[in-house]
Design a binder for this molecule. Structure first.
Ligand SMILES: [Fe+2]
Ligand SMILES: [Fe+2]
Length: 483
């Protein structure tokens, strides 16, 4: 790949802190760390085909060495790493290189190289040794004590290689949905704190948490719904953000989005309301109706959010777009007024439905009384094609069911129960944990699959507060056999 012929992707503003003005090349071009990876990949390919002494290899390595020398003029080292399917330099994803140099990423992974750190005073011969090691067969690398051992034997002192970056355990994440949910809350708090201090947002933990959330959803799509249903109708922005993220990931999983796009979706959802931190708390927490001025102030959280997120690197910058557009509506009838006659970004359209659902089912102020999950679902379907993207709306309802997990429902027999899982095929026939008979007497809780038991059906959804049912206890009580 020739760097100069690569189509321009959006600039990476955050990276500018590390490498812009002082790292300009002699030809007036910005030197980018990604160029180093591209050069190594090109040299590796050429050396494998024509030998390490081929002029292209020598030339490419000299170019890469010049870039490294410039980038390391003011730093002691530069760290490339692999996380999932992406290359990173420090904490910035190298989107372009991740897309184009995937074969090298796989080769590195095969040789158990997850990280390459280049240190100041790196010599050209050391760079060539790195290319040599990258081209060794995996078995040969192992016999030399791994890539690190092989480099050491070649006398390399200014390149460190090692396994993939910090292990995911460093957040102490297990696949317990409740722990992942709590970690996500913590990440939102940290990101909000960073935004309030106006420092660059540190996305590594967010990515780790999002990976865990995606892993959990892949294993059991209901598990996190149970956790996010336990929001107790609060209006806490962190809970709301995590819920919207979970719901967005669940919906986005049904569209053909790459892993990186999914992470971006989850991240954008976590950050969609970050602009609220710039809205005075007394307005956000006001119990009564907002004046038109106050309303306008609250609506400005979209602009504030976009401003806070304007410097995110690479694809993550779509979070800015989502923060800006998430109240614009599919038909652009919302705010802020968008003049371009183009529907919001697909990630926005997903986040918007998730955002509406979570806000409508929790916010007692805006909607006087929170909508029941079932009512919110009907609202989404009614407004599909207008307020909401019709395809997203359909997928959303399909994922959660017409009676989402946590809904309290009355059956034809008059029994009351809590929905603990969606139906697999029939949206109106979830799995219900029956708790009381029609006279209000408690029953030994038992889970009833309405898909399997066709002679029973739901007559209506009821407000758990009206009937005094503790959905949290019902959802996380003892497991019952389904019959
Ligand atoms: Fe919002
Ligand atoms: Fe929101």
């Amino acid at each position: 790949m020739s760097d100069s012929s690569t189509p321009a992707l959006p600039a990476r503003p955050t990276a500018s802190v590390l490498w812009t003005s002082s790292a300009r090349g002699g030809r007036g071009r910005a030197r980018r760390p990604g160029q180093i990876l591209s050069a190594i990949a090109r040299a590796r390919r050429t050396a494998a085909l024509f030998g390490a002494e081929h002029p292209v290899v020598l030339e490419t390595m000299s170019e890469a060495h010049a870039v490294i020398t410039q980038l390391l003029a003011n730093r002691s080292s530069l760290r490339f790493s692999i996380d999932e399917d992406a290359f990173f330099v420090e904490n910035t994803v190298l989107l372009e290189e991740s897309l184009q140099l995937y074969p090298m990423l796989l080769e590195m992974r095969q040789r158990e190289i997850g990280m390459i750190e280049l240190h100041a005073a790196l010599e050209l011969t050391e760079l060539r040794s790195l290319v040599e090691v990258l081209n060794l067969p995996g078995a040969e690398v192992r016999s030399r004590g791994g890539a690190a051992g092989a480099l050491e034997k070649l006398g390399v002192r200014h390149i460190t290689v090692g396994p993939a970056g910090p292990p995911r355990e460093d957040l102490n994440l297990k696949v317990d949905p409740r722990e992942a949910y709590r970690a996500a809350l913590q990440v939102v708090d940290e990101l909000s704190f960073q935004a309030s201090r106006d420092v660059p947002l540190e996305l590594r933990k967010a990515r780790l948490v999002l990976n865990s959330l995606m892993d959990i959803i892949a294993q059991d799509r209901v598990a996190l719904l149970g956790v996010s249903a336990l929001k107790n109708y609060d209006e806490d922005t962190a809970h709301h953000s995590v819920n919207v993220s979970v719901l967005s990931l669940l919906t986005g999983g049904q569209f053909e989005l790459s892993r990186i796009a999914m992470t971006t979706l989850g991240l954008a959802a976590l950050l969609h309301d970050i602009g609220k931190m710039r809205v005075p708390l007394d307005i956000l927490a006001k119990a009564g109706t907002l004046t038109p001025e106050e309303q306008a102030t609250v609506q400005r959280h979209t602009l504030y959010g976009a401003h806070i997120l304007r410097n995110l690197p690479g694809l993550a910058r779509l979070a800015m777009v989502v923060a800006f557009e998430h109240h614009a509506n599919y038909d652009l009838s919302g705010y802020p007024r968008i003049t371009a006659k183009k529907a919001p970004h697909i990630l926005t359209r997903i986040v918007q439905v998730a955002d509406f659902y979570d806000a409508a089912t929790s916010s007692r102020r805006v909607y006087h009384r929170a909508m029941l999950p079932h009512e919110a679902m009907k609202f989404i379907l009614d407004r599909a094609g207008k307020t909401f993207d019709p395809a997203v709306a359909k997928v959303f309802v399909h994922q959660l069911g017409l009676y989402p997990v946590g809904s309290v429902v009355e059956l034809d027999t008059g029994d009351l129960g809590v929905v603990v899982g969606p139906g697999e095929r029939d949206l109106a026939r979830p799995v219900v944990k029956v708790l009381r008979d029609r006279a209000g007497h408690p029953l030994a809780p038992s889970a009833l699959s309405l898909e399997m038991t066709r002679e029973r059906w739901i007559t209506r959804a009821v407000d758990p507060l009206d009937v005094g049912i503790d959905t949290m206890a019902a959802l996380h009580g003892e497991e019952q056999a389904t019959h």
